[in-house]
Write a protein that binds this ligand. Structure first.
Ligand code: SF4
Length: 488
């Protein structure tokens, strides 16, 4: 085996969405529907999955490490989760560690009854809140930031669960898309800026919630609308749907990286097809940073729509210069210690006969640490490409995310360390360019980024964080990030 031309895993150097959530109420087979929905959200978290169901009297939970299919594809597993309401979660382990006790939905028996919660996002003052709660006698079962919400609900003095939840969220800053189950029904809510996504759908008499619309496609449900930023949608067992907006009105700041990379291309995010947005980013990139080349080559799979857009705009042929093996799993046995320690997974290979002697432009969605970009440029040169240009379908990622996305420390982000020309030298490309921030906004349907009031969260590009970051900067808990109204 030729180890000097290793096959690369090109997904090893990406920002990773940490979670996906799904909920179904008034569905005859709620846990089976939830398992299918979670399966469509698998790309949002692959380390663990969980489902909690409710049969009108009792809550049932099944949680496990690994993929959804490993935990929920058997009829025995679904039989352990009876009832007409269920919520599920897929996760990475970055916030709170990887133990099973952190796998969601989290569940607690409160004075008012059972309370289960599935959370996508990150509470950016969780540590500070936790210290306060522990100081007041709360005993935490997990290290997940989501458990803070449960303790805040448990200790709230408001009479109803909904008012308690709103009271709890008054103190929470950061990003949250939540699906909550109580003996009275389901509550889905999104933080006041709508940083993380959450959509609402319908399947017969059932109301469905999910991180992405693609989960509805897989179960044959209809997309109704987004849960709006700052909205709580309550659904009871008679199918009555109540919308509450207890947090006042704020200009939304949904995560623009959902368009760049996180969401599946067949999802609709912020009212726009993710696939079309990615293609439009590629077109914008071609307008801003053309390259005199023979082929446009996507870095698979996430670079494909942008590369199609780049090729269509520039008139240069789109070709698959990198081929991904679909048969390399996590258990693949490396042939030698040397290969294992290189950290290289044997997943991608150069299409040598295509690229040999050609000038190519590689299109990728982002550069994080830059180490994979360097390997892929080298792989193309080793395969005989005469010139290797690199175009990136997002601005330089120079800041960490604190809203539920696994980002390396800022010191590990290549763009935090150097300007574009030194980055080009680092990855050894003949040229390197990123789409501009205004170009990105144009591609997702805006005329430009409004600098005083940006339409999206773009903090990992700009450093312009839309909320306070108390755990990072310190802060006064008595000063919530927004003015909140009482629930009702
Ligand atoms: S910082 Fe970046 S990844 Fe995080 S929510 Fe904002 S845009 Fe998304």
């Amino acid at each position: 085996m030729n180890l000097t031309h290793p096959l690369l895993d090109l997904n090893g150097d990406k920002l990773r969405e940490e979670c996906g959530v799904f909920g179904a109420i008034n569905a005859a087979d709620a846990s089976a529907v939830t398992a299918l929905g979670l399966h469509a959200l698998q790309h949002r978290g692959q380390e663990a999955a969980g489902i909690t169901s409710f049969d009108g009297a009792q809550f049932f939970s099944l949680r496990g490490n690994g993929h959804v299919a490993e935990n929920f594809s058997s009829s025995e597993a679904i039989a352990e989760l009876p009832g007409f309401m269920a919520a599920g979660h897929v996760r990475y382990s970055t916030t709170g560690g990887s133990g099973l006790r952190n796998v969601q939905p989290l569940y607690a028996d409160l004075a008012a009854g059972g309370f289960a919660v599935a959370h996508n996002g990150n509470i950016s003052n969780a540590r500070t809140l936790r210290e306060e709660l522990v100081g007041r006698g709360s005993i935490f079962q997990s290290t997940s930031d989501t458990e803070v919400i449960i303790h805040l609900v448990a200790t709230s003095r408001y009479p109803t669960i909904t008012d308690r939840l709103v009271d709890a969220l008054r103190l929470v800053e950061g990003a949250y898309s939540l699906i909550v189950m109580t003996p009275a029904g389901m509550i889905a809510c999104r933080d006041p800026l709508g940083i993380r996504p959450l959509v609402m759908g319908q399947l017969g008499d059932a109301t469905i919630f999910a991180s992405e619309s693609v989960a509805f496609d897989t179960i044959g449900a209809k997309l109704i609308r987004e849960v709006e930023p700052g909205e709580l949608v309550q659904v009871d067992f008679d199918g009555k749907i109540t919308s509450l907006r207890p947090f006042g009105s704020h200009a939304p700041r949904p995560c623009i990286f959902e368009h760049v990379y996180f969401s599946r291309p067949d999802s609709i995010f912020a009212g726009r097809s993710v696939y079309s947005a990615r293609k439009a980013i590629g077109q914008q990139l071609a307008i801003e940073s053309p390259a005199e080349v023979d082929l446009v080559v996507p870095v698979p799979d996430s670079g494909v729509p942008a590369a199609i857009g780049y090729a269509q705009e520039s008139g240069v042929p789109f070709e698959l210069g990198i081929i991904r093996s679909h048969y390399v799993g996590r258990t693949f046995i490396q042939p030698s210690d040397g290969a294992r320690h290189s950290g290289v997974k044997r997943k991608h290979n150069a299409n040598r006969s295509l690229v040999e002697g050609k000038r190519i432009v590689l299109i990728d969605d982002s550069i994080v640490r830059g180490t994979t970009s360097l390997k892929i440029v080298e792989m193309m040169r080793e395969a005989g490409a005469s010139e290797v240009h690199f175009r990136v379908a997002s601005p330089p990622t120079a800041h960490s995310c604190f809203y539920g996305v696994d980002t390396p420390e800022r010191s590990k982000l290549l763009a935090a360390q150097m300007e574009v020309e030194p980055m080009r030298e680092f990855i050894r490309a003949d040229s390197l360019a990123f789409v501009s921030i205004d170009g990105l906004y144009r591609a997702v349907g805006e005329s430009e980024r409004k600098s005083g009031c940006p339409q999206f969260c773009d903090a990992c590009f700009t450093g312009d964080y839309p909320t306070s970051l108390t755990d990072q900067t310190g802060g006064d808990l008595k000063t919530p990030q927004f003015a909140f109204d009482k629930a009702g």
